[in-house]
Design a protein around this ligand. Structure first.
Ligand SMILES: *Cc1c(COP(=O)(O)O)cnc(C)c1O
Length: 380
């Protein structure tokens, strides 16, 4: 069976974890946490990168930092993971789901301005599959209406928009290092931001509402409870695994890109024959090969396709059920305007196995299985 995902492993992780153990420092904010933060700050060109226990938690921190409260509205796509919405629901906000663009599956910036009401406080974007939202028009609208912009860049490490790393463009950006993402620490994430004024409040939220980070830097002589907070700082053991991944990130990303390009080439003919749509990468975006998906004709075709692939020993999967159609989505939010693409496009989408080290043999086997599904259809 070809798995849908196998967590990336480069071989140096144990060595770094052992080092963390020998340092006798296992809780957060040790050497590996600092190294990882610095690497992100330098590589992604962002003033501040705080390692967190997950992207879900980075989103929660961002929601607190935006000051969103009871009665406020937050605009986001319905086609996303539950954490994007939960972080703001937890603050008492009501969610306004907007439709997506069918080409990138990202929030449609042309609908944004009409979805804004006097209660709107923030826009939350998702860079689906590591492909950028069209940031310039979105930022222009946000500025005009005094709204904050949070980027859910969970899938988007090292992808960019016009040369700027995703997650570093809005007010706050959130990365994920879950084992299903390009680079991992098992469970983990990061909060990114450019504003220096946000550093102290962010550190306080991450450290249980205390100014402990300041204390560790020797800026104060004892630490105390100063504001609301939680425990969002990951252990050094996890950070050590991530450090191994960061050091080999070029190799990991290149291998994923080779797989992505192989699939893209392999399915060109199927697209031309009208059987599938391949992903679209707008000229402003440089993606990170996080995901390779195809869109088939409809839900019924997808169901047959997935079971056909399984029979061939290949685990292909679908993705998000739009949040506005879930019971929590109906309770905590509303869909703005017409659902022209969200439901329809999400029902057509299938993701193919894509992981570091998948190998040429598997790539070819997968491509052949996909082609045979459609070719057999043509014959019958
Ligand atoms: C993976 C993912 C998350 C959640 O990340 P965790 O690190 O598992 O909390 C949130 N949003 C999107 C778009 C994701 O793909």
């Amino acid at each position: 069976m070809i798995d849908f995902n196998i967590p990336p492993y480069v071989g140096t992780e144990e060595k770094y974890i052992q080092e963390a153990i020998q340092n006798r420092k296992l809780c957060g904010d040790g050497m590996f946490t600092k190294r990882c933060s610095q690497w992100m700050e330098e590589t992604l060109c962002v003033r501040h990168a705080l390692l967190t226990t997950s992207c879900t938690h980075a989103l929660e921190m961002a929601a607190i930092l935006t000051g969103v409260k009871e009665g406020d509205e937050v605009i986001m796509p319905s086609y996303t993971f539950v954490s994007t919405a939960n972080a703001f629901v937890q603050r008492g906000a009501s969610i306004v789901f907007t439709d997506i663009r069918p080409d990138t599956m990202n929030l449609d910036e042309r609908l944004l301005e009409d979805a804004i009401t006097p209660r709107t406080r923030a826009i939350v974007l998702v860079h689906y599959a590591g492909v950028a939202c069209d940031m310039d028009p979105i930022l222009k609208i946000a500025r005009r209406h005094g709204l904050q912009v949070v980027e859910d860049a969970a899938q988007a490490i090292a992808a960019d928009y016009k040369g700027k790393a995703l997650g570093t463009i809005g007010d706050y950006g959130c990365l994920s290092f879950h084992e299903t993402k390009n680079l991992t620490m098992g469970e983990g994430g990061a909060l990114l931001f450019q504003k220096d004024e946000a550093l102290e409040p962010a550190e306080i939220i991450r450290e249980k509402g205390t100014n402990r980070s300041k204390f560790f830097r020797g800026q104060i002589d004892k630490y105390t409870w100063v504001d609301y907070g939680s425990s969002y700082l990951p252990s050094e053991l996890n950070a050590a695994y991530l450090w191994g991944q960061f050091m080999e990130s070029q190799k990991i990303q290149q291998d994923r890109m080779d797989t992505w390009n192989f699939y893209h080439q392999a399915f060109q003919d199927l697209e031309q024959a009208g059987y599938v749509n391949r992903p679209v990468i707008p000229s402003y975006a440089k993606h990170n090969a996080h995901m390779y998906y195809l869109k088939v004709a409809d839900l019924e075709t997808r169901t047959r396709f997935l079971s056909y692939m399984k029979e061939q020993g290949i685990l292909a999967v679908f993705h998000y059920i739009p949040l506005h159609s879930s019971s929590a989505g109906r309770k905590f939010g509303r869909f703005f305007g017409e659902d022209k693409y969200t439901t329809r496009e999400s029902e057509r989408l299938v993701r193919l196995p894509l992981y570091y080290g998948i190998g040429q043999e598997n790539r070819e086997k997968i491509a052949k299985a996909v082609q045979s599904f459609f070719v057999d259809r043509i014959k019958s």
